[in-house]
Design a protein around this ligand. Structure first.
Ligand code: GLY
Length: 353
């Protein structure tokens, strides 16, 4: 088992290995000896596979359990589900010494985390990500949120979990396209700051040590978030491809998933960066090879104009300015604060080329 310690306003471990789901009860009991109730938040697909294992492990440690399961998919990350979850917590008389456990992908983690951040002004929560994307990104760093009709993640809180348990056995049951969404985020980490990750990804998949790759990504994220927990500066680097990606997700009514949308976003920004001579063509060559290797898209049918218009609601916008992430070399990116109209130029350039 690999352990990465994340030391922020709250310090916690990210544990990565096999069999951690079976050890859930024991790990939670060690952290929270006085907790009586554990509320498992999950989705219907994940529940069918892993709910029984999780509950058995929690019962073994004398937790009284309650399950709240949502329909899978981004459409469930909404204010109705959030209020239903808060009401369920209140109805079960969950107290401040109890715990919420998010068992699932990014949607479950974001929703459960936001409920944990706000119910009784904050109770403990544990992330048990079951997708690769959630293991390498959304379960770590304390961003919790729901979507509003005008955009993704527009209501939320920074609220760190007490523990993150990544059981890599869960990756075996993921459909290929869901697994590949996780690789999109791993490619992002490589493009951001690690040639080593890019090289590992170019190897045949049988040679990739997924646990250490996850640990590498979590360590990069930990180091960035440590410098900027509240996302006012350096943390925005983690948004490579995300301004366009979130626009694509929203324009598609969340029919195009996050990993696919950010792949297109990274490709558009990298193509534009090459044309504007902000980065060498090598960046685009490697990115294109990796996206093709993991069957990830690099183009969209939404027009550049539609993408720009949807991006205007992005939460990274500050008045008439927006900060976006630009690749500058292989494994290196910079933040670029630009007038919102310049973003239109970047999108058009990357879309057309
Ligand atoms: N997923 C980007 C961040 O956590 O800041």
């Amino acid at each position: 088992m690999i352990k990465v310690q994340v030391d922020l306003r709250r310090s916690y471990d990210v544990m990565i290995g096999q069999g951690l789901l079976e050890a859930l009860g024991e790990k939670v009991r060690t952290l929270l000896p006085d907790a009586e109730k554990a509320v498992l938040v999950t989705d219907d697909n994940v529940a069918a596979l892993y709910q029984d294992i999780a509950l058995q492990s929690l019962h073994h440690e004398r937790f009284e359990t309650k399950t709240f399961s949502i329909a899978p998919g981004e459409m469930s990350k909404n204010s109705d589900q959030y209020i239903s979850l808060l009401n369920a917590l209140a109805k079960e008389k969950v107290t401040r010494t109890d715990v919420i456990i998010a068992l699932g992908g990014g949607v479950v983690g974001d929703l459960a985390g936001f409920a944990a951040a706000t119910y009784l002004r904050g109770i403990a929560y544990i992330q048990v990500p079951t997708t690769l994307l959630a293991m390498v990104d959304s379960s770590v760093g304390g961003k919790t949120a729901i979507d509003l009709p005008s955009g993704k993640n527009l209501a939320g809180a920074f609220y760190q979990p007490h523990l993150v348990l990544c059981d890599i056995a869960a990756l075996h049951t993921l459909p290929e396209h869901v697994l590949n969404e996780g690789y999109a985020e791993i490619i992002k980490y490589g493009m951001l700051s690690s040639r080593d990750i890019l090289e590992q990804l170019l190897q045949p998949s049988s040679k990739v040590d997924i646990a250490s790759l996850i640990a590498d990504c979590v360590t990069i994220k930990r180091d960035i978030v440590r410098e900027d927990e509240l996302d006012t500066g350096k943390r925005q680097l983690l948004n490579l491809g995300h301004t366009i990606g979130h626009a694509i997700e929203r324009l598609s009514g969340y029919g195009i998933s996050h990993g696919f949308a950010i792949s297109i976003g990274m490709a558009i920004m990298t193509r534009a960066a090459v044309i504007k001579a902000a980065c060498p063509p090598e960046c685009l060559e490697v990115l294109s090879r990796l996206l093709a290797h993991y069957k990830l898209p690099d183009r969209t049918e939404f027009s550049a104009e539609a993408l720009f218009s949807a991006a205007l609601n992005d939460k990274k916008r500050a008045g008439s300015m927006i900060t976006d992430v630009i690749p500058v070399a292989l494994g290196e990116t910079r933040l670029k604060k630009m007038p919102i109209e310049s973003l239109q130029g970047w999108i058009e350039t990357g879309w057309l080329s």
